[in-house]
Design a protein around this ligand. Structure first.
Ligand code: AMP
Ligand code: ZN
Length: 462
């Protein structure tokens, strides 16, 4: 079955073909660690996780790299404003290194709570300054840079295909006055190296042939992805806000330096929105911690994200989170039930059809809402035994990541087991009075019985 992804580069769904046969290089733009990630950011990493798990499911070996931006990301993506890390450090009266460490740890904990598989390698921008300097020097040698006002700029007019990813109309685009940098020859040009550092920490300024300073945000991702995945690799992910500037600039720098096509498939998730507003890291934000403090299971948020296709905006509300929470709890109850034996009622099993539908859904540009619908249809299907359902859903969960394998069969003690058997015998002998008395006794012991077409089922009172 073909695996298809919507590629932002071509604006089309394409069959996925990696550069090497079964090995996939995957790069995800990680967080700028100056604050907690909000649940919008986390939607982006859940999408990346579903992508990676789908690649695994299709037996690809994935090398996944995610960066931690701990320097160089300014409050405006167009090189103006303060460095976000510096802003965070001032806010908390700590050093940049201290806040980077604190928020990196918090971010990793969030990923763990959401059952997001960690990347093969975590890489920090400040550990790769030499690689960035080398890349800028290469661009300088090839004539793609100019120096102005102490900064080194990338000259976008020298890169003929600049803006293709975002389909930028270079002639008509005028950036806002606030974002205008008087040193730039074109508003699209961007900083590769800053020397007018505002950092108070001496360690946040690095010596280079362009002067003592620090790198621009975009060069970080180019230098680090090339270092770990090569000059050309398969997939790059991020939110749609990165298309216009960050990823457009990553392509320009990387391709100008290497002369090769940088990335074959660009995948971007749509935004999680709060009351029609883009969530900012300041102002009205919701963190995973906010949900946990309100007693939500983080996986209910993951479930909510799965109910919407990653290419569609998702409006967050506590009502929709409640619905996702209920659905997840119901699913867990069903998983418990599946661990009790049953015989299929209908003869012709629809199992292979269900598996085919699920595989088609996930391979069709990660259609998770349809994949979830298949799970619920499978649960209802009485042509499939509980054992087969259980095994199949746990296999599906390798993609969904709802931790369903942790849902263990509830244990009952010997006495309860004997009572259930005794009641079954009474029912067989049509002694319904005795059967009812035993049912009531079991209820007092905290065990609820349910007579179904497939036989008696029990569960513990919640
Ligand atoms: P940042 O730390 O701001 O670079 O954001 C981390 C990731 O979250 C990036 O891939 C962004 O594109 C993505 N992102 C930011 N806001 C949202 C949102 N509201 N919904 C979904 N993704 C987002
Ligand atoms: Zn990036």
């Amino acid at each position: 079955m073909d695996l298809k992804f919507y590629n932002t580069l071509s604006r089309k769904k394409e069959v996925f073909q990696p550069i090497k046969k079964r090995d996939v290089g995957l790069y995800t733009c990680g967080p700028t660690v100056y604050n907690f990630a909000h649940i919008g950011n986390l939607r982006s990493y859940i999408f990346g996780d579903i992508l990676k798990r789908t690649l695994h499911y299709n037996k690809f070996r994935v090398k996944h790299i995610m960066n931690i931006t701990d320097v160089g990301h300014l409050t405006s993506d167009a090189d103006t404003g303060e460095d976000k890390m510096l802003k965070g450090a001032k806010r908390e009266k700590k050093t940049v290194y201290e806040i980077a460490e604190f928020y990196t740890k918090a971010f990793k904990e969030d990923l763990k709570s959401l059952n997001i598989l960690p990347p093969d390698k975590w890489i920090k921008a400040t550990d790769h300054i030499k690689d960035m300097i080398k890349l800028i020097q290469k661009l300088e040698k090839k004539g793609f840079t100019y120096n102005k006002g102490g900064n080194v700029y990338f000259d976008t007019s020298k890169f003929k295909t600049y803006g293709e990813l975002a389909k930028l109309n270079l002639k008509s685009t005028t950036k806002s006055r606030v974002e205008k940098d008087i040193n730039k020859k074109s508003p699209h040009d961007f900083v590769l190296w800053f020397t007018k550092s505002k950092f108070t920490e001496q360690e946040m300024k690095w010596p280079s042939s362009f002067g003592k300073g620090y790198p621009g945000w975009h060069i970080e991702c180019s230098a680090m992805s090339i270092k770990y995945l090569g000059k050309q690799f398969d997939i790059h992910t991020g939110g749609i806000d990165h298309i216009q500037v960050h990823h457009t600039n990553e392509i320009a720098q990387s391709e100008a330096a290497t002369g090769k096509k940088f990335v074959n498939y660009w995948l971007h998730n749509e935004f999680l929105i709060l009351d029609k507003e883009k969530m900012a890291k300041s102002g009205s934000t919701i963190l995973l911690k906010t949900l946990i403090d309100k007693n939500y299971d983080p996986l209910a948020y993951r479930y909510l994200c799965l109910t919407s296709h990653y290419k569609k905006p998702l409006t967050f509300s506590f009502e929709s989170l409640d619905a996702a929470s209920t659905a997840l709890n119901n699913l867990k109850e069903k998983i418990k039930d599946l661990q009790q034996p049953s015989k299929p009622i209908k003869k012709e099993s629809k199992l292979s059809k269900c598996i085919e539908r699920f595989d088609f859904a996930v391979n069709d540009d990660l259609n998770t809402p349809e994949a979830l619908a298949v799970v619920w249809d499978l649960l209802k299907d009485d042509s499939i035994s509980n054992k087969e359902k259980h095994k199949t859903i746990l296999n599906f969960d390798n993609i969904l990541g709802l931790n369903l394998k942790e849902i263990k069969k509830e244990k009952i003690n010997k006495k309860v087991k004997e009572l259930i058997e005794e009641r079954e015998q009474a029912r067989k002998e049509k002694d319904f009075n005795k059967a009812d008395v035993i049912r009531e006794r079991l209820e007092k012991l905290g065990v609820i019985l349910e007579d179904t077409k497939e036989g008696v089922k029990w569960r513990k009172k919640s």
